[in-house]
Structures are given as structure tokens and as C-alpha cells.
Design a protein around this ligand. Structure first.
Ligand code: ADP
Length: 457
């Protein structure tokens, strides 16, 4: 049996505590009953002795009868300290058998005597009371000796009952404590098994949440952990599949066209130039993907340094707009801006520009005709930048996924435009790491609006 089990430790602790309480309580009860019985016996004997001493003053003969009824023995003492009227031989014997018990001298001095003594293996109570009787001048004192055996018997039976009740309670407590401890520790055992399974990679494990206390919330925390790990594992595998796919495509082109060229399978110079262009494009594409991936990895590991400072967002937006103006005009698009003067925001100017250029690039890329509009305004302590276009729009069912790595709405079309599917993932990460938010709204055929917000300084 393994002793380092929670339920055993819990049971043992609770049981020991219970045992200590029970023993203390039994001791107190025992003491209370002992005191009660002893006091009662003393009171009864004392009362009897007093009663007899009063009776002795007038009717000496009734005393013997009285003593017989009360199961006590009486002994009379004269002025010389000798025992009187001890005709019954048993009494005489007792007087001789208990030589050190009598306190005649004290009694004759008028003192009351009360003491317990043991003779044989019995306990007795002795009361001595001085007597002053005009009718019986010979009698100077009376001893009443009563056996305390019946009192001891009563205490013994009380002790027996306490012991019996204690033993019963102890057994009951042991059972209850054991069941309770097992019940309390059962979820912990389940959790231990579940976490070990999670560590082995079984991420479908779910624990039942049976209560709303700390144990219940620990179970649901373990469930959340398993779910989060599963999501992480799934997205990681998906991510690696995407990475290898994205890298394989340009590499296949590179290999293919390089082969054609090395084997001299081109008919004329123009064709050769065309292939060389494709090779250069694909090589560039590979570089972009690798750089993007590297940037994302750095951000996710928290290794990308941000230099947050107080920035005039209006100027930053104007700078980005100027950078993409030619590109937009070349495509025949109108680029307009409505920029309010707002308080300075706490951002990294280089990263803010990177995000703006990325969103503006996308807007130009996915818009064939119309306008691209930039708006800057303030809302509830935040600087808000809106980048709206009149492009193709994004289908509502795809909208929730566009910030995922490698997610592209129209796979082939985006590739055609030179997209990697990493731009928005990077933009979102950059915005979040600067304490801002990025949201998107889109209507098919009408256009898309990206909304950035950053806190003021
Ligand atoms: P990509 O490099 O392919 O543009 P992004 O992460 O920047 O990757 O964008 C993800 C996808 O979201 C794109 O493939 C595109 O389909 C869609 N998208 C992004 N911006 C716009 C926009 N302004 N209008 C329409 N679709 C967009």
C-alpha cells in the first residue's frame, strides 16, 4: 500500500484530529461523572452522619436500624476515645482491621472528620461527627463508614458506556472520513491522469467539471489547456504544411525553368529572357516569404524590438499615403484622405508605417477601379485610422480568417498579385504589440474597410 496518497494523508490527519478530540472529550466527561458521583456519595454520607448524630441525642436505639437501611456502618466513641456498643462481631473485627483509620483524638476535640480510605481492595468513606447529648452523655462521637463500591461501580459503567460510544463513533468517523477523503481526492487523481495523458500528446482528454469550487475551476483550466495545446498543435501542423507548400511552389518554378535553360531547350532569346524573368520573380518571391516568416517568428517569440514613442499619427499617415500615391495613380485609382488633427499616440513610427503600407498595398492590389480613402479621427481616447477601398471585397464567411497566416481569399489570384498570405498576419501582430487593435469590415463588390486604433499618449 502506498502511503503517499492524498486521501490516506487526508484520512489520517482528520482521523488523528478526531481521535485527539474524542480522547479529550472522553477524559472531560469521565472527570465530570467521577466528580459528580464522588460529590454525591460524600453528600449522602455526610447527611447520614449528621442525621445520625442528631438522632443520637435522644433515641440511641433507632440509630442501628437507620444505619442498616442506609447500608452504612456506624461506630460510637466514648469520652475516652473507646468504641462503644460494638456487640456485632463483624464490626469489632473491622475496627481492629482498620487501625489507622480512626481519628478519635480529633473527634473528641470536636472536629468533624471526612476521609476516604482503602481496605482490602475496597474504597470506603469515613465521616466522624462529635456528639453532645445530655441523654447519652457517654457517647462523644459517631463514625459513619460507607462503602464507595457502588459509586465506583457506577463510574465504571459510565466509563464503559463512554468507551463503547467512543469506539462506535471512532469506527463511524473512520468510515466517513475515508469515504470523504476518497471523494475529495478522486478529482485530483483524475486530473493527474489527464495531465499525464496531455503530456503524452493525447490532447482530446476532457475532465468532467462537477463543482464550481477551486477543484472544478482547476478541471476546467486543464481542459482549456488541452484545448489550447490542441489548437496550437493543429495550427502548427497546418502552418508547416502551408510553409512547405508556399516554398515548394517557387522552388518548382525555379527548378523547372533552370532545367529548361541549362538543357538549351529554348528556341530564341526572347523566350530565354522570359524564363529568366520568371526565375528572378520566383527568387524574389522566395525572399519575401522567408523574410515575412522570419519577421513573424521573431514577433511570436517576442524578440522584435519596439520603440514606442509619442507620434504625430497624422504626419505618419500622410507619409505613407505619399509613398503609395504613384502606385495608385498608375493603376488609375483615386487616393483621398480626410485627416483630423488628433492628440499624439504611443506607437512605434517605423512599425506603424509598415502596417499602413501593407494595408494600402492590399487596397491598391485588390481594387481595380474607384477610390482608396484614408480617414484619421479620434474616438474615446483612441486615434482611429480607416483604410477603405472600393475593391472586390471579402466574402463574409472568409472574413474571420484573413488574419491567419497564409490565408488567401482567392488563392490563385492573390498569388498572381504576388501575395504571400502573410501580410495581414504580420500587420495584426504588429498592431497588437503596439497596444492597438485592427478590425475589418467588407461587402462583396463594394469594398473593404480596415480600422486601426491606437491609444493616445
Ligand atoms: P496577401 O499577401 O495574399 O495579400 P494578406 O495577408 O495581406 O496576404 O491578405 C490576405 C488575403 O486577404 C488576401 O489574399 C486577399 O484575398 C484578402 N485581402 C486583403 N486585403 C484586401 C482588400 N483590401 N480587399 C480585398 N481583399 C483583401
Amino acid at each position: 500500500m502506498k502511503w503517499n496518497k492524498v486521501y490516506l494523508k487526508l484520512s489520517l490527519t482528520m482521523f488523528s484530529l478526531f481521535l485527539v478530540i474524542l480522547v479529550l472529550l472522553s477524559m472531560v466527561i469521565n472527570q465530570l461523572f467521577s466528580n459528580f458521583y464522588t460529590k454525591k456519595a460524600h453528600e449522602e454520607a455526610n447527611e447520614l452522619a449528621l442525621h445520625l448524630s442528631v438522632m443520637l441525642r435522644d433515641r440511641i436505639y433507632a440509630v442501628e436500624t437507620m444505619a442498616e437501611f442506609s447500608e452504612a456502618s456506624i461506630y460510637l466513641v466514648n469520652g475516652q476515645g473507646q468504641f462503644l456498643d460494638m456487640s456485632a462481631s463483624t464490626k469489632q473485627k473491622k475496627i481492629q482491621a482498620w487501625p489507622n483509620v480512626w481519628e478519635n483524638a480529633q473527634l473528641l476535640q470536636g472536629k468533624q472528620i471526612e476521609k476516604e480510605f482503602t481496605a482490602g481492595d475496597q474504597l470506603y468513606l469515613l465521616h466522624g461527627i462529635p456528639v453532645h447529648s445530655s441523654k447519652n452523655p457517654v457517647i462523644k462521637g459517631i463514625y459513619v463508614v460507607s462503602s464507595l463500591e457502588h459509586m465506583i461501580e457506577s463510574i465504571r459503567s459510565v466509563r464503559y458506556l463512554i468507551g463503547l460510544a467512543g469506539f462506535g463513533t471512532l469506527l463511524l468517523a473512520l468510515g466517513c472520513i475515508f469515504i470523504l477523503a476518497k471523494k475529495l481526492s478522486a478529482p485530483l487523481v483524475e486530473m493527474e491522469a489527464a495531465t499525464r495523458n496531455i503530456a503524452k500528446g493525447e490532447l482530446e482528454v476532457r475532465l468532467p467539471v462537477r463543482s464550481h469550487d477551486e477543484v472544478g475551476s482547476l478541471s476546467s483550466a486543464i481542459n482549456d489547456l488541452a484545448m489550447e495545446l490542441k489548437r496550437y498543435r493543429d495550427t502548427r501542423s497546418e502552418f508547416f504544411a502551408n510553409v512547405s507548400h508556399e516554398l515548394r511552389t517557387p522552388v518548382t518554378y525555379l527548378k523547372g525553368y533552370a532545367n529548361v535553360l541549362t538543357h538549351g531547350l529554348v528556341d530564341h532569346e526572347e523566350e530565354k529572357q522570359q524564363y529568366l524573368h520568371i526565375i528572378a520573380d520566383e527568387a524574389h518571391r522566395l525572399t519575401v516569404i522567408i523574410n515575412d516568416l522570419f519577421e513573424l517568428a521573431k514577433m511570436e517569440e517576442g524578440k522584435m524590438a519596439f520603440h514606442l514613442e509619442s507620434v504625430d499619427v497624422r504626419r505618419a499617415v500622410e507619409k505613407s499615403v505619399n509613398k503609395v500615391r504613384i502606385k495608385a495613380e498608375q493603376k488609375g485609382l483615386q487616393l483621398v484622405s480626410a485627416l483630423e488633427t488628433i492628440p499624439r499616440c504611443f506607437v512605434d513610427p517605423v512599425r506603424l508605417e509598415q502596417v499602413l503600407l501593407n494595408l494600402l498595398d492590399n487596397a491598391i492590389r485588390y481594387t481595380t477601379k474607384g477610390t482608396i480613402k484614408l480617414t484619421l479621427q479620434q474616438e474615446n481616447g483612441f486615434g482611429v485610422i480607416l483604410i477603405s477601398d472600393s475593391g472586390s471585397g471579402i466574402p463574409a464567411n472568409e472574413l474571420p480568417y484573413i488574419f491567419e497566416r497564409f490565408y488567401r481569399v482567392e488563392k490563385s489570384r492573390s498569388r498572381e498579385f504576388g501575395g504571400t498570405g502573410l501580410g495581414l498576419a504580420i500587420a495584426q501582430k504588429l498592431v497588437q504589440l503596439q497596444g492597438g487593435t485592427i478590425e475589418v469590415e467588407s461587402a462583396m463588390g463594394q469594398g473593404t474597410v480596415f480600422r486601426l486604433s491606437f491609444p493616445f499618449v
